[in-house]
Design a protein around this ligand. Sequence first.
Ligand code: CUA
Length: 334
Amino acid sequence: MRRLGRLALPLIGFALAGCRWQSVLDPQGPQANELAWLFWLFTWVLGAIWLAVMIALVLALVRRRPPRTDPLAVDPAQDRRYTAVVTGLAIATGVVVLVLTGLSYVSQRNLFRVEEEAVTIRVTGRQWWWEVRYEEADASRSFTTANEIHIPVGKPVKIKLSSADVIHSFWVPSLMGKQDLIKGQENDIRLVADRPGIYRGQCAEFCGLQHAHMGILVVAEPEGDFDRWRDAQIKPAEPPGDPERQKGEAAFLAQPCIMCHSVRGTPAGGKVAPDLTHIGGRRYLAAGTLPMSRGNLAAWIVDPHGIKPGVNMPTIKLHPDDLNALAAYLEGLK
Ligand code: CUA
């Protein structure tokens, strides 16, 4: 029951956060439309062929002929009819295969058509989370975040994909097909979101124990909102104002957290775990595993291995007061 509860929690949170459920059949951009169109075309054409074969089979079974008296007797007219039918069907099969191949090729070309991008995002797959870096020509406007990508609606976005460890696969079904993230190689995809919304994605290549808990959110928003979000992300973390959060910051900086995590504006500069500068503004924690809340932050810090067995985050012994203060500090990093 506890297991069920743990599984259901992210789903309920996801529904409450107003996310669309991830589905290839709910395309929300030109690339996803192209794939959905291809999917339905194949389904209808191949379904119709299957139905025709089944009808022919049933007719053949029902309309049995009486056994021939002389098995060696040949009827040239009937032979010609059979030859015509078999040749016709063979040609029809060839034509169907060729047409579907041609249409797949055209779709593939459309899918990877290069358009001048408005935003470039570098996504690095890691066991088991996504490092997200917004790259700008002006380096002072580049920044790093994790597990949640924001994009402007209607603008082409270029996503550069690579991995820091094993092979992962970036898949946000409502926006684009899958693409692998491979260490030492860079793959590019482009996508456009036609409508504002929150689109869930999932790592689609088995990458170890917590592959199933490697979710990602794409938040598509009007350009003004996107620009405000980006400007806020570029800024370093604001120093905590109230005593509890100050205590939390002190606890954070005194613990090994800073070996792996960064909070820009503080001495914490670790680069192997998610950047926490604005973690409180993200919708989820631990790559789509827990909805963001002070309670879940505390639960995660206390027992990461109970929530995501095998995760690289160590368990850190904290006094309960420090734990609460630390959760308050992180939640306030908007
Ligand atoms: Cu990363 Cu599966």
